[in-house]
Design a protein around this ligand. Structure first.
Ligand code: FE2
Ligand code: FE2
Length: 235
């Protein structure tokens, strides 16, 4: 497992895993890194280096989990990052998937019922994803921001409750992918389908890593704040 540190060149990060390009773009860090290290570019862009490393390493290694001392950055930073990611999904990724799916459908002349079924399954997935992202933006993140600023526990509210309800929309996306792979009638243009499927695969990976960041980093940080407040209240 390759763990990136602050002294690594940022170009090596992207060369190892090109999927990280949109991830680091969300930090306002764009290509053209020259010989700069991760620490140098983070300082230049005013990005917390521990936070940056926690994110890129989580995206790169499925089994990576940042150690406690690397989790001391503010959860507000993470919330900003997650919100930017939600916007990226809503404004860029979903419209792109839809465009590609429409292009595939245009190539289907006859026997298109399985393709139509896939399209309606996609619509259901999209609705569920919208609800999921809106719930985080409108309920979960405001709860955390309030907790962080005011340091007061609210009766009946806790992040663990949200953790239990953290529905896995990414599972729906895997179902969609499997539906395409296993049951689609071959009555479409294969090149258009490859483009659509590749985008779906990429989004599945991105969404999976996004959920891991929420479950493994954000929720852990919030549980720590809640536990601290409970201990203080019991004193
Ligand atoms: Fe999210
Ligand atoms: Fe989520």
């Amino acid at each position: 497992m390759k763990i990136f540190t602050k002294d690594n060149k940022i170009s090596s990060l992207v060369a190892t895993n090109s999927n990280l390009i949109p991830v680091i773009n969300r930090f306002g860090i764009l290509l053209g890194f020259k010989e700069k290290t991760i620490e140098e570019i983070c300082l230049e862009k005013n990005v917390n280096t521990d936070f940056f490393l926690a994110i890129v390493n989580t995206y790169t290694n499925e089994n990576y989990f940042p150690e406690d001392e690397l989790l001391s950055f503010s959860p507000l930073l993470l919330i900003d990052y997650l919100k930017t990611t939600h916007r990226y999904y809503n404004q860029y990724v979903l419209p792109k998937i839809e465009r590609l799916l429409a292009a595939v459908m245009q190539t289907c002349a006859e026997n298109c019922s399985s393709l139509k079924m896939i399209s309606s399954f996609y619509q259901k997935f999209k609705t569920e994803l919208h609800i999921h992202l809106a719930q985080e933006d409108e309920k979960v993140f405001p709860y955390i921001i309030d907790l962080y600023h005011n340091r007061v526990l609210t009766e009946g509210k806790s992040i663990r409750k949200y953790e239990d309800e953290h529905t896995s929309v990414e599972e729906k996306l895997s179902d969609l992918k499997n539906l395409v792979i296993k049951y689609l009638e071959p009555t479409y243009d294969p090149s258009a389908m490859v483009e659509f499927l590749n985008t779906l695969f990429q989004f599945e990976k991105d969404l999976f890593d996004h959920a891991r960041i929420e479950d493994l980093i954000l929720i852990k940080q919030v549980i720590r704040i809640e536990e601290e407040l409970k201990t203080n209240a019991a004193r």
